[in-house]
Ligand binder design. Structure first.
Ligand code: GAL
Length: 414
């Protein structure tokens, strides 16, 4: 009998040891593999590891900008009830429509309340991560989509200043072409990068109200002004590198570093990439709002949430509290090329570009990014990307406009 109880106790101990072992892991899922984005993530993971030396941290990444591959892997894991402990998800429609409405996420308002963070974020940011009064993710940053980056040396040697309007862009592009420099770098082997360029051109042509109307139904996707924007996009393709369809976004950014191309229009994670290659803002590269978009900030935000059934929930909560903290955000964002989503980031840690982004974020008209999950549901963005795949090769404005009208059906006015 004694032996039997001894055995029972031993089994119980083993089981509880197994469980506590299980508690000592944290799997974070993202698509941050390129220079800058990987550095930012590591900076935050390093803090987590220092605070929790007994926890095994699994940095689960699936390469491919904008989550072009990661999202499919995540979807199949979630479907198979094998969620990571926490995953990267864009704040706004992507978070809410894809995961929260489908009842796959735990509300995490308590993390904000327990840490006294409810007033540490702008109301607009809290709004896009909330659903029916509960918060569902921690926004770790604010990114700007509509930025034109340029090679300073090329601009100086050719006496150029960054283009203020779309017409200026074409004038500068012609000058560059005439001296044998490819004006614009594009890397759309993930089609999202073409959609990314398009959203800047839509804003630059339609203006902020017209752009916002695309997502509410107030602006027609096949209206004359939208078609003018699509025409501008097609014309821009005359000025991009021939191998654009084979390149990733960071390879395109590298073309600007190398002087193969003079400019690129990419989110400010490109700034993180430039810095990861040893470049300094204002020295080797400069920036401006993408042509015609000064005064408007196309925003998106990377966030992390708590999936239901997270295998190491306690660790995930510690991770999310770190993502929500000033310390975490000030370690992550200066490397990532983004600004904190909190209102109290330490400005002195941010370089000249990021300080200008902070100022613009507080003064500009803020509009949501389509390519990065803020403006539209994931299903809609997928359809837009499908239209883009054809549009980039066929360059048929009327066909694309009709495709965008069909893509919007059932989604606008959300
Ligand atoms: C965006 C994401 C950024 C950056 C970029 C390129 O969707 O929000 O953080 O990672 O993709 O991968």
């Amino acid at each position: 009998m004694k032996k039997f109880f001894g055995l029972l106790i031993a089994i119980a101990l083993l089981v509880s040891f197994g469980c506590s072992q299980q508690e000592k892991k944290l799997e974070i899922f993202s698509w941050w593999t390129a220079g800058g984005e990987a550095d930012g993530l590591n900076a935050m993971l390093d803090i987590f590891k220092a605070n929790n030396p007994d926890v095994e941290v699994i940095n689960a990444t699936v390469a491919g900008g904008a989550g072009s591959n990661a999202k499919a892997v995540l979807a199949s894991r979630m479907q198979g009830n094998q969620p990571p402990d926490s995953f990267q998800v864009h704040a706004g429609h992507e978070l809410i429509d894809t995961w929260v409405v489908a009842d796959k996420m735990e509300p995490i308002t308590f993390i904000f309340k327990d840490n006294n963070y409810m007033n540490s974020y702008p109301k607009g940011v809290i709004d896009i991560i909330s659903y029916k009064g509960e918060i569902y993710s921690v926004p770790v940053n604010i990114h700007r989509s509509n930025v034109l980056w340029f090679n300073k040396d090329i601009f100086t040697k050719n006496g150029l200043t960054p283009p203020g309007s779309i017409a200026d862009f074409f004038a500068i592009a012609d000058q560059l072409k005439a001296v044998g420099i490819t004006p614009l770098a594009l890397g759309d082997n993930g089609i999202w990068a073409a959609t990314h360029l398009l959203e800047s051109v839509l804003l630059g042509t339609l203006g902020p109200e017209g752009y916002k109307g695309l997502w509410t139904g107030a602006t027609a996707w096949d209206g004359a002004k939208t078609k003018e924007a699509l025409g501008n996009f097609v014309k821009m393709l005359d000025y991009v590198n021939d191998d654009h369809a084979a390149l990733s976004w960071d390879a395109a950014a590298q073309y600007v570093i190398d002087g193969t191309c003079a400019m690129t229009i990419m989110g400010d994670w490109a700034e993180g990439y430039f810095k990861s290659k040893g470049l300094t803002p204002l020295k080797e590269f400069g920036w401006a709002p993408s042509p015609g978009t000064a005064g408007t900030f196309i925003m998106l935000s990377d966030s992390f949430g708590l999936p239901k059934g997270a295998p190491h929930r306690d660790q995930a909560i510690k991770w999310l509290a770190l993502c929500a903290s000033k310390e975490g955000q000030d370690a992550f964002n200066p490397k990532k090329g983004s600004i904190p989503s909190r209102i109290d980031g330490d400005k002195s840690l941010y370089d000249a570009y990021l300080q200008s982004a902070m100022a613009d974020f507080s003064n500009n008209d803020i509009v949501p990014s389509c390519a990065h999950g803020a403006a539209a549901a994931e299903g809609w963005v997928t359809k837009i990307n499908d239209v883009m795949t054809v549009f980039v090769t066929e360059k048929d404005v009327d066909k694309a406009a009709a495709g965008f009208v069909a893509a919007a059906a059932g989604y606008t006015n959300m």
